[in-house]
Design a protein around this ligand. Structure first.
Ligand code: SF4
Length: 485
């Protein structure tokens, strides 16, 4: 730990959309504090938030401002904020962190002169070094894992070895424990990186190709220690943000058993959600997790079309996807998933196959199926596969992906026509969000304060969702004449 004193009111300010309850800035702040540097989290989730930030930062006078970009849709807001912060003061170092800039730092440093650097390596390893240099007035340009201008963009090799997750301090939660329907909830992470290679996946491309860090797990005692401390602060709902909650074989059964045993031993009565792939849905393992509080599974299903699964390098089959939904339905676990209905190689036939697949599995689906365009991020394998490769293609300010046209003109036309439908579905008060909230209400009640009405309410909700999903399929059929049904 550094033992330093300086006059700054706060050495580092980390800007992130804190309302998302994600962990990146929270991990970064924890690592900075562990290194003896003062660090403060500041929320920015909209242009209005960004407008109020310069005055706040002037009051704090940090040496380093970290803009932690969670999602592409805030790209314009964060780059606009960087420009404004630069024009108002030259005193602070402005850096941008997140998988999107880390995979394509040259683009960001070239198009946004306000930025001094981009964090490419694991931020918890990069930022304490960078902040310490800045506070000491020392040269920062050789900090490992940093991209900077010289005037050409240079990317320093990442810090090595990769971080041991058990040595990381717990994420900072200065803003308290958020509540949903009177239940405290928190996002947690038991592992980092994914061991699969889907071609569109931004976080995995970032870790694999830029950070160079392997898949890592926290030990069960280390993970459950943090959960227990959060439990003492009132958290009962844990949202696991691991790309894959289940580790690869042969670790899987042992990990699940150890986790469940530890929760039982500590008498923690909790609810939790996980993310996993269709080919990881194993009834025995999920039942064991369900016994200790698993209520909901975010399933990386993506598609019910064999050509699309192949194109996206998902490594699963349509049969496995359908079987996963059937297993989750049988277990009574609520499954959420999305359908990547459009991608650069979509044809009318691939779209029709998605609709056919969904029509088949709809009775097994308890939540609103959300339809998405596959975002193509620069630096991902999907981007490399685009022909012609749009090396200098514009970035879409609404999602941070490169702008592409679907090769099949009829599908491109369909994509444009479908956009308002998809946007309505994804709106904050859209059907998907309302059903998500309704399920959380019900599942938390079932877990913590069951009533005789729970089963009836669940059945009614499922019926409403079935009607909503069926109506959406009708919309697709109307948009796409000739689709069976
Ligand atoms: S399984 Fe999920 S997290 Fe892993 S590479 Fe594929 S999309 Fe990314």
């Amino acid at each position: 730990m550094l033992n330093r004193s300086w006059s700054d009111a706060c050495a580092v300010v980390l800007v992130e959309d804190l309302s998302q309850q994600r962990l990146p800035a929270r991990w970064m702040a924890a690592a900075l504090r562990q290194a003896g540097l003062s660090a403060r989290l500041v929320h920015c989730g909209s242009a209005a938030d960004a407008g109020a930030l310069p005055a706040r930062l002037h009051a704090l006078q940090p040496r380093l401002v970290v803009l932690s970009l969670l999602f592409g849709h805030l790209l314009d807001v964060y780059l606009g904020l960087a420009a404004r912060l630069r024009s108002e003061s030259g005193a602070w170092h402005l850096t941008l962190a997140g998988p999107l800039p880390a995979l394509d730092p040259a683009r960001f440093l070239t198009t946004c002169p306000a930025l001094d650097s981009v964090v490419c390596g694991e931020p918890e390893a990069v930022l304490p070094r960078l902040a310490a240099r800045l506070v000491d007035g020392a040269d920062w340009r050789d900090v490992p894992g940093l991209a900077w201008r010289s005037p050409d963009v240079r990317v320093n090799p990442p810090p090595w070895p990769a971080l041991d997750l058990d040595n990381l301090p717990e994420p900072v939660r200065d803003d308290g424990i958020p509540q949903f329907q009177g239940v405290g909830f928190a996002t947690v992470e038991g592992s980092r990186v994914c061991y699969h290679r889907c071609s569109f996946c931004l976080p995995c491309a970032h870790h694999r190709d830029v950070v160079g860090a392997p898949y890592r797990l926290r030990s069960i005692p280390n993970l459950v220690d943090e959960m227990e401390r959060l439990y003492a602060r009132g958290v009962r709902l844990f949202l696991f943000d691991d790309e894959q909650f289940l580790p690869p074989q042969p670790l899987r059964a042992e990990r699940v058993r150890g986790f469940a045993d530890e929760l039982r031993r500590r008498r923690m009565h909790i609810a939790f959600t996980i993310k996993c792939r269709a080919d990881d849905v194993d009834a025995d393992l999920l039942r064991r997790l369900q016994d200790v509080g698993l209520i909901r599974v975010y399933l990386g299903l993506e598609s019910g079309c064999p050509e699309t699964l192949e194109r996206l390098h998902k490594g699963v089959t349509v049969t496995q996807n359908a079987a996963a939904l059937a297993t989750l339905d049988r277990l009574g676990l609520v499954a959420d998933f999305r359908c990547l209905i459009f991608h650069p190689w979509s044809t009318l036939a691939t779209v029709a196959r998605e609709i056919d697949f969904l029509a088949t599995v709809l009775p097994l689906v308890p939540t609103v199926v959300t339809y998405c365009e596959t975002v193509c991020y620069a630096g991902t394998p999907m981007h490399a596969e685009l022909v012609p490769a749009p090396a200098n293609a514009a970035v879409n300010p609404t999602d941070g992906g490169v702008v592409y046209e679907i090769g099949d003109a009829a599908v491109e036309w369909l994509r444009c026509r479908a956009r308002p439908v998809i946007a309505a579905q994804h709106a904050p008060q859209g059907s998907a969000a309302r059903v998500t909230r309704a399920w959380y209400d019900l599942l938390l009640s079932q877990r913590f304060a069951p009533t005789p009405d729970n089963d009836r309410a669940a059945l009614a909700l499922r019926r409403r969702v079935l009607a909503l999903n069926a109506a959406m399929l009708d919309v697709w059929r109307a948009l796409l004449p000739g689709v069976g049904g």
